[in-house]
Design a binder for this molecule. Structure first.
Ligand SMILES: [Fe+2]
Ligand SMILES: [Fe+2]
Length: 345
């Protein structure tokens, strides 16, 4: 397959609204009223509407509470932060690689906002850790991703998918890398998120959980952006619209779910009765099904159409008001109901 060519910096003969997502022509001028994809501007507005920085979060109550976490909770807390720090770091760089080949100025703009948000996510982990542990321990946590064997297995899986694209950028490797992206942003974060929501549910580490909620909210839009690029790419390049690629999506998600379950058993296992591992396993399979469906492919796991951990919905709801969390009062835990509590497919 032919290699992808980078977007031209300057092209006076090309239109402002691009002629293609890759290998198209674009003047590179950004006029939000003249863009190729109708979903791009609403997404941009949503991404900016979510704007936040870690400085807004007061960590004082978390600082007091941290030493009262159980050993399992503290260990999971540090390992999950260590994992997220890696994922968000690599994500910034991957997004910038992808944006080079998008021959559409509005998608490049969205990718730039996404990369900026990943930088903020990374800052939040440093911000949390510098409030809670000493510098040596913080440095040690930021090294977990290199040495912890279970963590490495998951990270290598994603990194290899990204590297195949970066080292050999073709429409096919780009498409495959987006599958790994949606795993990273839409599946790998989620057992970690659920742990923080469990803490918040028990009124523990609410400030950290607030930040995790903002990150979760950003990630949902990132998944939406990449899923749209994935689908537009397949529309534009019919040679990518194959059964093999459908199968690739399903098999890669099945493997990712296995690794995610292994990770969940490793960090949480059966040590936190409020997050039974069977629920977490079902939640991971449910999320995998949901993401594959969002990519326009048939779900790989039979069943798993409803969220088995309904209480999570309250914490991850994108439409929750920002002030609700900043005030950091006891949250409205009773909000989950049959009507609004399901994260169904
Ligand atoms: Fe992120
Ligand atoms: Fe992201």
């Amino acid at each position: 397959m032919a290699k992808l060519t980078e977007r031209k910096l300057y092209d006076v003969s090309a239109p402002n609204a691009s002629t293609g997502i890759i290998s198209g022509r674009s003047s590179n001028v950004l006029n939000w009223d003249d863009v190729r994809f109708s979903w791009a501007y609403p997404l941009y507005k949503n991404m900016l509407g979510n704007f936040w920085t870690p400085f807004e979060i007061n960590m004082s109550s978390d600082i007091k509470q941290f030493s009262s976490l159980t050993e399992t909770e503290e260990d999971a807390f540090k390992k999950i932060i260590g994992l997220l720090a890696f994922l968000d770091s690599i994500q910034t760089d991957y997004a910038m690689h992808v944006s080079k080949y998008l021959t559409d100025s509005s998608l490049n703009a969205l990718m730039t906002v996404l990369a900026f948000q990943e930088v903020v996510h990374n800052q939040s982990y440093s911000y949390v850790l510098s409030s809670l542990v000493n510098k040596d321990e913080q440095d040690e946590i930021f090294e977990y991703w290199k040495h912890d064997p279970v963590l490495r297995e998951r990270n290598d899986f994603i990194a290899e998918g990204y590297e195949s694209f970066v080292n050999n950028p073709t429409p096919q490797t780009l498409l495959e890398s987006i599958v790994y992206d949606v795993i990273l942003e839409g599946l790998n974060f989620y057992s970690g998120f659920s742990f923080f929501y469990y803490l918040a549910k028990n009124q523990k580490m609410v400030s950290t959980s607030t930040m995790i909620n903002y990150i979760n909210r950003d990630e949902q839009l990132h998944v939406y952006l990449f899923a749209n690029i994935f689908k537009e790419l397949r529309k534009e390049c019919p040679e990518l619209q194959t059964e093999e690629n459908d199968k690739f999506v399903q098999e890669t998600f099945v493997k990712a779910a296995e690794l995610e379950i292994k990770w969940a058993k490793y960090i949480i296992g059966d040590r936190i009765p409020e997050i039974p591992i069977s629920d977490l396993e079902a939640y991971i399979k449910f999320m995998a099904n949901k993401r594959v469906n969002e990519l326009g492919v048939e779900r790989p796991f039979e069943g798993y159409r409803t969220n088995p951990m309904k209480w999570i919905k309250v914490y991850e709801d994108v439409n929750q008001g920002k002030t609700d969390f900043f005030e950091q009062k006891s949250r409205q835990y009773t909000k989950v109901s049959e009507e609004n509590g399901f994260d169904d497919l």
